[in-house]
Design a protein around this ligand. Sequence first.
Ligand SMILES: Nc1ncnc2c1ncn2[C@@H]1O[C@H](COP(=O)(O)OP(=O)(O)OP(=O)(O)O)[C@@H](O)[C@H]1O
Ligand SMILES: [Mg+2]
Length: 367
Amino acid sequence: MARILVIDDDPQLLRMLGIMLERSGHERILVTSGREGVDHAVRNPPDLAVVDIMMPDMSGHDVVREIRANPATVDVPILILTARTQSVDREAALACGADDFVAKPVTPQELSDKITEMLDRPAKKARGRVITLLSLRGGVGVTTIATNLASALRLQLGPNITLVDLSPNSGHVALQLKIQPQRTWLRLLQQPDLNSDLVRSLLTNHSVGLNLLAAPVAPTMNASLTEGQVAAIASILSDGAEYVIIDAPPTLSAMCVGALRASDLVLLVLTPDVASVQTAAGTLHALVELGISGKRIHLLLNHPASQPGLSKQAVEHGLRRTVTFSVPFDAYQPRALAQGKPLALEDTVSPLPDAVRKIATALVKPI
Ligand SMILES: Nc1ncnc2c1ncn2[C@@H]1O[C@H](COP(=O)(O)OP(=O)(O)OP(=O)(O)O)[C@@H](O)[C@H]1O
Ligand SMILES: [Mg+2]
């Protein structure tokens, strides 16, 4: 027996559904307005919700979005029931976050079969992990590591990896992947309410199956999203992706803080020199002030120059903290940059992709 919430403004249909659900042994909650339905769902999350699209007070799409937006009901299976039957309607239903779709008119048997099938589906996979790569000092390799890490995860795990380039000046992730994005997050600037359709419509697909939310290619004045917008982007993209990798901007701007707060893990990238270690120390301090937990932050020591620089021990001593990951200098990196193909996508064995693949493996097992 399951608890089924049905939201439909048609009383006849509600009655019919109520009888059908009772016969199937389910507990049923029948409501005639969208608002009432959302309130019910949030107060007492059902095992499944059936939602009509056209209702006078709010559309079924908005009902689904509100149910999905609430952590208490984010995983409730939702079946859309609608008289609108074209394929665009189906896509709209699924894009707003519903799991399945049934066209009216529908017989009680058809509906009962669909509900049984949905209840039998394995529980949804939890949201993907959000990992932000950060350095408040420029040029230390944040973009290179982010792009290679996403590539390595893509090859290890499959196509559900999304990269987000939050550079406010000119995004180099697209350059490193040799793609020319037609759409970037600039289109979100004037949009206070982000929804999944809109954010996903801005993704550019790389031929290996990586998704990229690209940054503006040319520097643009006042190109800044709010903390809330970045959090919404991370939440939307992590629903359905195994990993969301964020290349954070090199300043503690609202965008950067939004990314850090939305992250399950922060890789603080630094290089083995005094200036970078000093910046990392200041950054760690600032993150504590912002309430971003130390446990989520890991140090990644990158070597973009052929000279060895400070030893790992000296860096750890300076920061009084362990370096979790190291990436060596790789003489092939300039060629990879020129060709627009991350080394982690090549078959050749070389220091940077080898190290990044190990990081990917360690991340897949919780660290
Ligand atoms: N391990 C490495 N071995 C060799 N070259 C590297 C390595 N890591 C980064 N580089 C090179 O260092 C330069 C800076 O890297 P990248 O652009 O990734 O840094 P960034 O921190 O993103 O810089 P920005 O502040 O401009 O965004 C690039 O030319 C890149 O190819
Ligand atoms: Mg960069």
